[in-house]
Each structure stands twice: as C-alpha cells, then as structure tokens.
Ligand binder design. Sequence first.
Ligand SMILES: Nc1ncnc2c1ncn2[C@@H]1O[C@H](COP(=O)(O)OP(=O)(O)O)[C@@H](O)[C@H]1O
Ligand code: SF4
Ligand SMILES: [Mg+2]
Length: 347
Amino acid sequence: MSSTTPLLDVSGLTKHFPIKGGFPIRRTVGAVQAVDGLDFQVHEGESLGLVGESGCGKSTTGRLITRLLEPTAGKIVYRGRDITHADRKQLAPVRSEIQMIFQDPYASLNPRQTVGKIISGPMEINGIDPSGGREKRVRELLEIVGLNPEHYNRFPHEFSGGQRQRIGVARALALEPKLIVADEPVSALDVSIQAQVVNLLQKVQREMGIAFVFIAHDLAVVRHFSQRVAVMYLGKIVEIADRDDLYGSPRHPYTRALLSAVPEASVDTAPRDRIRLTGDVPSPISPPSGCRFRTRCWKATEKCASEAPPLARVEGDAAGHLTACHYPETEQTVPAPRLAKDPEAAA
Ligand SMILES: Nc1ncnc2c1ncn2[C@@H]1O[C@H](COP(=O)(O)OP(=O)(O)O)[C@@H](O)[C@H]1O
Ligand code: SF4
Ligand SMILES: [Mg+2]
C-alpha cells in the first residue's frame, strides 16, 4: 500500500439518532443530529486530534469509526475497503485492527475478571495464539504499559485510575491494532496522572507506529500528541489543520475561543486576548440555521444565519488547513471579547 493512501478515509459521515414520539403509534418525530457530514483522513502512524465541547459529537464519531454504531449516511473506508455498512462477518478481520480506549477506565473493565483475563480476552475471541502462549503475551503487554507483570491475577478494583487506564491500553494493544480511537482517555484521571498516561500513549504511537484518533474536549491535551487537529462544533468540523497551523494561526472564531481558554504557559504562540464563550451549545435536535456557531459568535451577520459556510481553505493558508467560516480570523485582527448575540434575537 502506498504511503499516500490513507489508513482511514471518512467522507460525509453522518449519524442522526431518531426521536420517537406519538401515541398510540410511535413514529419518528425528529432526530438528534449528533454527527453531520464529517470529512477527514488518518494516515498510517499519524495521530488526529478531535476536539470540541461536550455534546458536539466526538464520541459518536469514535463509535462510528469503530463501527459500534451504524452510520446514517456517508462513507468509512479503511485501508481501501468500504466498511460503512459491513456486517459482523465482513468486519471480523478489521475489528482487530481498530481498537478503542474509553474515557472511564473502570466502567470499561469487567470488575469480575482478572487483569490477565481482560487483556487476553480479545486474543481469545479472535482465536489468536501468540508464540509462547497468551499468558506470556499478557505479561509482556503489562510490562509495555508500565504495570507489574506479576499483577496478572489481580482485579480492576485493586488498581488506581491511572493503572486501570493502562490496563485498557494493554487490552487495546493485544491484537496489534493499526488504529486506536482514544475517547477522552485521560479526562477522568487526576491531573497529576494525565501526563503519564498521555506519555504512554505517545510511546505506543511512536514505537509501535499505531495511528490514533485522539478525542479531547480541550486543545491543550492534544497539542503535544496529534500532528493534525480537527475542531468540532455541533456535529461538524469547523476547522482542521496541521498542529502548528491550527495553534499558530487559528482561523475559526470557535477555535480562537477554545485556544484562548488554554493557559498561556502551555501554548507557545503569541499572547492572545481572552475570549469567553458565553451561552450553551444549542440543541443538536434543531441546530441554528446557516453557521451553527452563530448564536455564540461575536462576528455573526445575516449571511451567517442564511448560509452554511463550507469547510474550505482560506487564501494564504497551508494546503491542509480548512476552515468553515464566512469571516475567518486574520492574524492581524484580535477580536474584542464581547458577548455573543443572536442575530435573530436582535432583529
Ligand atoms: N444513543 C443516542 N441516542 C440519542 N442521542 C444521542 C445518543 N448518543 C449521543 N447522543 C446525542 O448526540 C450528541 C453528541 O453526543 P456525543 O457524541 O456523546 O458528544 P461528545 O462526545 O462530543 O460529548 C449529544 O447531543 C448526545 O446527547
Ligand atoms: S460563519 Fe459567521 S457565525 Fe459562523 S463562525 Fe464565521 S463569523 Fe461566526
Ligand atoms: Mg464524549
């Protein structure tokens, strides 16, 4: 396979959860537009960061890629193979290559199984017998993730939160995956432990050449982990770029706002005025017309309410830097932070 063929190629990916209502006959009365037309690629060994506030569709995206959820529309191509609607049997060979690490390391580990059983489970299910046996492989994996191989027979509750997430990583590695979707893998951990787990994932990515989709709700966590970063808002990608382009010259007002919330010390770019995002994320059941960010955007005009901005390259930006905004930020203009107002409410 040529190195330019993406490992994962997602286009128009959409997930609408139907809302049932009515009596006596239940019918579909609406839909939660959780994910609405995503386009992105992940190359072999690369890490793509997926960032946005809670509820913007990150977990749904992760579950679509790993095919835990059935897409409503769009296409998922993995190593040149269309797996969008592949059934269980067709997915079997791919399942082992795409693994997921979850946010809550306790909820995702069976409390009644020993660590050995948890980590060897995927090998058992997939009928994989490593040379030297499964137990030997589990001990190796425990060592790789920084746990004591002697703790093979212990149960999840005997470990700390950070150690449990290491168990989750070992389980994900058991099948030698090519892609790991990590859904806020450190959000539930103590701040003091987060860096250790991020470092472990980074080691895994670099030394084993595993590609990552790393989901996070803020831009600080993915900064040192992901070569490319996509910012999501209400089910859509509003900006995607190589790391340095995104952090160095953010174009979308939402990216700008998220970045201004990151402590200066962790961002080695020019100091920025702090922008406070006001108001809640609108409901994905009836998202705002036009640009979905307009109800919180300090630059919104009538055009923003009537026309959805396409995800496109802003003149002068690098080839892979795409922004969905009618009035992208320029490096010269630093917006005066003021309350976002709804252009409709003002009318
Ligand atoms: N199974 C489901 N049924 C209905 N709505 C859902 C379901 N899963 C997620 N949602 C909704 O889809 C939206 C996106 O959710 P999610 O992908 O979990 O966002 P994030 O991970 O970014 O916080 C939210 O409004 C959420 O309530
Ligand atoms: S399109 Fe308009 S509302 Fe949307 S982010 Fe750009 S300026 Fe703000
Ligand atoms: Mg989530």
